[in-house]
Design a protein around this ligand. Structure first.
Ligand SMILES: NCCCNCCCCCC(O)(O)C(F)(F)F
Ligand SMILES: [Zn+2]
Length: 343
């Protein structure tokens, strides 16, 4: 399987995130991608290519122009205030506060974000655009005839909505890739999110649409991040009603429960008649993940890959989460190798 990878990911290296009420070193570190790349090479998964540049247009097919402009200008404006440390928001526009876009960079940081775990640094813009180019290059190769491509994307993307960042995500790489497949002529694309956390951003982007089916298996938002989206009764809106499937599972759910949800999701993808599949591949479903609470173990990721191959669809994998850094490469490549072995 072909892998698309850019070294530019390491330009995103936040100093700290506010997690569980205190500032801690970021869990989303460059070493995550380094470990995955090392495993791709060690297991001889296939060629590794660098992304080609695609410019802003494909990003603007998914994200709001004001949000993209904010991300591009945030760091220079923040550092012009004499701040050489990461930019983090300090409040949000909550219920009954005006939904007006502030002029000041501090206000825009609050308006265009959903949490304070997603530091904007000097290299964020370059890293995030490189991740988007990585996913787009994977889409190009899938349309060029590859059966499956792995976009080794970092920073991740599935929490990034049309007009806000969060959960370590800035551009929604999987959504940008899915939209690119649509723009290149596919009529129906499915996005399956197997990360521990609900892909609120991807849901937000495709919620009113019937041409992209979104499905997510994740920790129940009643107790798990991102808390405010990902419930089973969210089924889409307008033309998109019936094209959104959430499978929230209680924290601590066993592996067999997880795979029952997966089989339900795969059945919906087959019924939809998808012509291609984009997988938001987070491996924080691992039993040893430091911030997540599912029970998958290493062999289960091989099973996951094989089940996905059973759809017999051109498939684009986008890396999302996974914070047990030592085994992350093994788990990600287990999915990809399991997919390939199913042939
Ligand atoms: N007590 C735990 C608090 C967790 N706070 C932030 C969690 C972010 C998860 C990010 C991710 O894994 O979903 C992604 F794939 F986007 F990277
Ligand atoms: Zn996650």
């Amino acid at each position: 399987m072909l892998t698309v990878y850019s070294d530019s990911h390491r330009l995103q290296h936040g100093q700290a995130e506010l997690i569980d009420g205190t500032l801690k070193p970021c869990f989303e570190t460059p070493s995550r991608a380094d470990m995955v790349l090392a495993a791709v090479r060690e297991r001889e998964l296939g060629d590794v290519i660098h992304p080609s540049r695609h410019g802003a247009d494909p990003i603007l097919r998914v994200h709001d122009a004001g949000y993209v402009r904010f991300l591009e200008t945030a760091w220079p404006r923040w550092s012009a205030l004499g701040r050489d440390y990461d930019a983090l928001p300090k409040m949000w526009q909550v219920r009954r506060l005006r939904e007006a876009v502030p002029e000041h960079v501090e206000g825009q940081l609050c308006y265009y974000s959903m949490d304070c775990g997603t530091p904007i640094t000097a290299g964020t813009w370059q890293a995030a655009t490189a991740a988007s180019d990585t996913a787009l290059t994977a889409a190009d190769r899938l349309m060029g005839g590859e059966r499956a491509v792995f976009a080794l994307t970092r920073p991740p993307g599935h929490h990034a909505a049309r007009d806000y960042c969060g959960g370590y995500c800035f551009f929604n790489n999987a959504a940008i890739a899915a939209q690119s497949l649509r723009d290149r002529g596919l009529r129906k694309v499915a996005v399956l999110d197997v990360d521990y956390h609900h892909g609120n951003g991807t849901q937000d982007i495709f919620y009113p649409r019937a041409d992209v089916l979104f499905l997510s298996i994740h920790g129940d938002p009643r107790t798990e991040y991102p808390f405010f989206l990902g419930f089973a009764d969210e089924k889409g809106e307008g033309e998109g009603l019936g094209y959104n499937f959430n499978f929230p599972l209680p924290a601590g759910s066993c592996v067999s429960t997880w795979f029952v949800a997966l089989d339900c999701a795969l059945e919906q993808i087959a019924r939809f008649g998808a012509e291609a599949l984009v997988v938001s591949l987070g491996v924080d479903t691992y039993q040893g993940d430091p911030i997540s609470r599912f029970q998958l173990d290493s062999p289960d990721f091989v099973t996951l890959g094989a089940r996905l191959a059973g759809l017999k669809l051109p498939t684009l994998f986008c890396l999302e989460g996974g914070y047990a850094v030592e085994p992350i490469g093994t788990h990600v490549v287990n999915v990809l190798a399991g997919f390939e072995a199913r042939g």
